[in-house]
Design a protein around this ligand. Structure first.
Ligand SMILES: [Zn+2]
Length: 489
C-alpha cells in the first residue's frame, strides 16, 4: 500500500522528490480416492501450488479461518452498471484442515442463489460478514464448493485513521463502475474468501461487462471473448492482493524487462498520467537490477477512483486522487507498488503483525530509487530516516507491535525501512543486495514472518543480526546507527 499522507510524510516526500483463451475445465467435483504425489487426491492435484498453512491472525482474529485451505478460486463475475449489481458464481476448491459440520468463509452482502458441495445442493447463509455452508467435511478430503450469488456491493470499515483511508472492498464509482482496495481484508465484499494472507490460492477470474466497458483483474490476462475478460494466476495470490475494476477504460501496452507484457488501463480523464505510467519498464528494470527478476509473467496498473494505491498482484491499483497530487508523487508511489511485487506479493507476510516486512522493503526500495533517480543525497536520506523514525516511534510505538486499530500507521513503513538501512550499512552494497535477492528467490510464493526473516539474514550473512533487527522493530526510541562490518567479515 502506498505511503500515508500527512504533514511529516509530506516533508519526507518533498525531501525525496528531489486473443481468446479459456481456463481449464474444472475437474469432476468428487475427490478421487487416489492421492497424487502432491498429497492431494485426484483432480485437486491441479491446484497443489495453492496449498498453504492458514493461521488465525493475532490482530484480526475474526477475519479468515485456519479450518480450511482454499486451493483455487474460480470466479465468474458479471457487473451491471445501471443496476449496480454484481452477479457471481464462485467455484472454490477447498482442502478442509479438520473435521467440521460447516464450511465458514468471509463474505458479504450478497443474496445466495444456489450453493452446492461436490455437486449436491447445500444450505448456506450470509450473516455478520460470513458465509456458513452446512456440509460435513473431513480433514484432508477436498471439496468443491460452488456459490451462486447476486446483489449490490457494500464496503467494510478500514481499521485505521490514515489520511488516505477509505472503506475497504468493492466500491461503486460515480460512473457506475467498480474498483476495490482491501488491505488488510475486504476481498469478501466481492467473492466468498478465506480472507487472510496465510491462505494464498490460485485464481481464474472472468469478468463480464456491457459493451464499451472493460473488466480488469489481478493475474495474467488470458484474453477476452465477447464482453468477458479473463485473468489467471498460476502462482499463489493472497486475497488482499486481488483486484477487480470495471469501467469505460482505454488500454495501452508496453514491454517490460525480458519481454514481460505491461498493460496500463486508464479512463479518458487519466490520460494525463500516462507519461508517468509509461515509466513502468524503466522502474521494473531498476528493481530487477537491485532485487532480481520481476517475479510474475505480466505487469501493469489500473487507474481507479481512489485517493490511495495498492500493490495488487500483477496489476497495481492506482487512485487518481493520489495521482493528481503531482507527477513526482505518482512516480514514487508507482515505484513503491511495483517494489511490493517482490516484497509482499512474491514473498507474502504470514500475518498482519509483520506488515513492516512488506512496507519496510517497499519504502526502502523507494528511498534508494529516489536517491538514484531524483538525486537525493545519502546523508539527507539518513538524516530524514532518523528524524521521522524518532517522531513515528513516539506517536505510534515500535513497528514490530502494530496497533490493530491503526492499520498501516507510518512507523511500520519508516522504522521497517530504517532497519533495512542498518543491514545495508553493515553489509555494504554487494552483500545487502545479494541478501535481498536471496530472500525473494529462496522464498518465492511463500508466506514468511519475523522469525524466518531473522534466521535467513543470520544464515545468509554468517553474522548474528538478531539483536539489531529486534532493536529496530521493538525499541520505543530510535537505536544508534550501525557501523559497516570490517572488511572480510
Ligand atoms: Zn506499501
Amino acid at each position: 500500500m502506498r505511503h500515508r499522507s500527512g504533514m511529516a510524510v509530506l516533508a519526507l516526500a518533498a525531501l525525496l522528490a528531489g486473443c481468446t483463451d479459456h481456463p481449464p475445465t474444472p475437474p469432476a467435483a468428487s475427490a478421487g480416492p487416489t492421492p497424487s504425489p502432491t498429497g492431494l487426491p485426484g483432480p485437486y492435484a491441479t491446484w497443489a501450488a495453492g496449498r498453504s498453512t492458514p493461521v488465525v491472525d493475532p490482530l484480526y482474529p475474526k477475519r479468515g479461518t485456519d479450518a480450511v485451505d482454499v486451493l483455487h478460486y474460480g470466479l465468474d463475475l458479471s457487473w451491471s452498471p445501471p443496476k449496480h449489481t454484481l452477479t457471481g458464481t464462485a467455484t472454490l476448491h477447498i482442502l478442509p484442515l479438520r473435521d467440521a459440520a460447516t464450511v465458514t468463509l468471509d463474505f458479504k452482502p450478497y443474496a445466495l442463489d444456489a450453493v452446492t458441495v461436490d455437486g449436491t445442493a447445500a444450505q448456506g447463509r450470509v450473516a455478520a460478514e460470513k458465509l456458513v455452508v452446512d456440509t460435513p467435511v473431513k480433514a484432508d478430503v477436498p471439496v468443491t464448493l460452488v456459490v451462486r450469488y447476486h446483489g449490490k456491493p457494500s464496503t467494510t470499515p478500514w481499521p485505521t485513521k490514515r489520511g488516505d483511508s477509505h472503506p475497504l472492498g468493492l466500491t461503486v464509482d460515480p460512473e457506475g463502475g467498480v474498483w476495490t482496495m482491501q488491505e488488510p481484508f475486504g476481498a469478501f465484499t466481492w467473492y466468498p474468501a478465506n480472507d487472510h494472507p496465510s491462505d494464498e490460492a490460485l485464481y481464474d477470474i472472468a469478468v463480464t461487462v456491457p459493451t464499451g466497458w472493460s473488466g480488469i483483474a489481478s493475474g495474467t490476462p488470458v484474453g477476452h471473448d465477447g464482453n468477458t475478460f479473463r485473468y489467471r494466476s498460476t502462482v499463489p495470490v493472497a486475497s488482499y492482493l486481488t483486484t477487480l475494476a470495471v469501467g469505460r477504460y482505454k488500454k495501452a501496452t508496453a514491454t517490460g524487462p525480458r519481454g514481460i507484457p505491461v498493460t496500463y488501463w486508464y479512463r479518458p480523464d487519466d490520460a494525463k498520467y500516462l507519461p508517468v505510467l509509461k515509466k513502468t519498464p524503466q522502474m521494473l528494470d531498476w528493481l530487477e537490477k537491485k532485487f532480481g527478476p520481476y517475479p510474475f509473467d505480466s505487469a501493469g496498473a489500473v487507474m481507479v477512483d481512489s485517493i490511495s494505491a495498492m500493490e495488487t498482484q500483477q496489476m497495481v491499483t492506482l487512485g487518481s486522487g493520489m495521482a493528481e497530487r503531482g507527477e513526482t508523487t505518482l512516480h514514487r508511489n508507482l515505484l513503491h507498488e511495483y517494489a511490493h511485487q517482490w516484497f509482499g506479493d512474491a514473498v507474502t507476510l504470514t500475518d498482519w503483525r509483520d506488515l513492516w516486512l512488506n512496507e519496510g522493503w517497499a519504502l526502502y526500495a523507494q528511498q534508494l530509487y529516489s536517491r538514484d533517480t531524483f538525486g537525493v543525497a545519502q546523508a539527507e536520506l539518513v538524516r530524514s530516516s532518523r528524524e521521522l523514525d524518532a517522531a513515528y516511534r513516539k506517536q505510534w510505538g515500535p513497528a514490530g507491535d502494530p496497533d490493530p486499530a491503526e492499520f498501516g500507521s507510518t512507523n511500520v513503513y519508516v522504522s521497517g525501512a530504517a532497519m533495512l538501512r542498518q543491514l545495508h550499512q553493515a553489509l555494504g552494497d554487494e552483500r545487502f543486495f545479494d541478501l535481498a535477492r536471496g530472500w525473494i528467490q529462496e522464498n518465492l510464493h511463500t508466506q514468511q514472518d519475523r522469525a524466518s526473516f531473522t534466521a535467513y539474514v543470520n544464515k545468509k550473512t554468517g553474522h548474528d543480526f538478531t539483536a539489531l533487527i529486534a532493536a529496530w522493530l521493538d525499541s520505543p526510541t530510535t537505536p544508534p546507527e550501525t557501523k559497516p562490518l570490517p572488511a572480510g567479515q
